[in-house]
Design a protein around this ligand. Structure first.
Ligand code: PMV
Length: 314
């Protein structure tokens, strides 16, 4: 049997903009998707035991099947002839927006590589997971699978000409507490990404300056993280959320949680991931602040994950 794991992630800066070549900053979190793969069964069987997976819409199941087939082809295995039993689990909550699909793709790719005794580098695993991500995200930037593969805090820039993407590890002084608040709404990343691309094409006068502004946030955000200037990081997260609202990927539940987090003293808050539902992230350095923000959301009936950014790969 082959085993593998992939990290969950939170995008701190630049979701959506990153699809169009603007740099983004992503952090792995300390929860993973785990996979086990066994050969020698009939066809491809997926036992998805992840929390929340039984509420998966039929659409997500179809996307999951397509994603595994894409991954197998990239790894040189014919999906029509493959006989695999895949088990999925791990402690990554089934929230939409924290990279559950990418984490599971990396976990499956690592488990398949072990089961087939392939000696694949992280780069190759990342490539296979990127192919798999296309089934979920249409035209993904690659930021999710990169975080799921390498872990840590990463500066990511998609190469729009098809060459290698920029992937740089960022170092911060120590891990910082965050909370991830879940709206409970399952959004379709593929539709959200396609919507932004269509609006950008139809209305370049409005959208191009917003993309310039997002680029203008990414560089100071990197500097603020590296200098451990958390007040500045938070302020830039707020500005990033404002831009995400302008490109119409937020929703009233996300805005509500973002405002609530700021009222409770979070240094900054924004939606994270594809938007349209899914999750938001708030920067809440120190346990007390993290607890205050998390409890306020839980009191309102929202599910919350307490975690940290900048944790070293385990
Ligand atoms: O919603 P998630 O966790 O799949 O994050 C998607 C991030 C996007 O920037 C919206 C898409 C991408 O491929 O970068």
């Amino acid at each position: 049997m082959g085993r593998g794991a992939g990290f969950g992630k939170v995008i701190l800066f630049g979701e959506h903009f990153v699809v169009h070549g603007i740099p983004g900053i992503v952090s792995a979190i300390d929860s993973t998707a785990d996979a086990e793969v066994k050969k020698n069964v009939e066809g491809i069987i997926v036992n998805d035991e992840r929390k929340g997976a039984n509420g998966y819409a039929a659409k997500k199941r179809t996307q999951q099947k397509e994603s595994i087939e894409r991954m197998l082809r990239t790894m040189g295995i014919d999906p029509k002839k493959a006989s695999l039993e895949i088990w999925l689990g791990g402690n990554l909550p089934g929230f939409s927006g924290i990279g559950a699909s990418a984490a599971s793709s990396v976990a499956i790719a690592r488990a398949i590589a072990k089961e087939f005794e392939m000696d694949l580098s992280d780069g190759r695993i990342n490539e296979a997971a990127y192919e798999a991500e296309k089934a979920y995200a249409g035209n993904p930037s690659g930021i999710d699978n990169t975080a799921a593969t390498y872990g840590g805090l990463i500066w990511f820039k998609k190469n729009l000409s098809g060459g290698p993407n920029t992937i740089e590890k960022l170092n911060i002084r120590e891990p910082v507490e965050i909370i991830i608040g879940n709206t409970g709404i399952v959004a379709d990343t593929k539709e959200m990404v396609a919507g932004v691309a269509a609006r950008k094409k139809n209305n370049p006068k409005k959208y191009n300056p917003l993309f310039k502004q997002a680029e203008g946030i990414a560089f100071p955000a990197r500097k603020a993280l590296e200098e451990f200037n958390l007040k500045k990081v938070g302020k830039l997260m707020n500005e990033n959320h404002h831009l995400l609202r302008k490109i119409e990927v937020s929703c009233k539940e996300l805005d509500y949680l973002v405002t609530l987090a700021r009222e409770q003293g979070a240094f900054g808050a924004k939606l994270t991931g594809g938007g349209g539902g899914g999750c938001m992230v708030a920067l809440t350095p120190r346990k007390e602040l993290q607890e205050a923000v998390a409890t306020a959301m839980e009191k309102e009936g929202f599910k919350v994950l307490r975690t940290k950014i900048g944790i070293k790969k385990t």
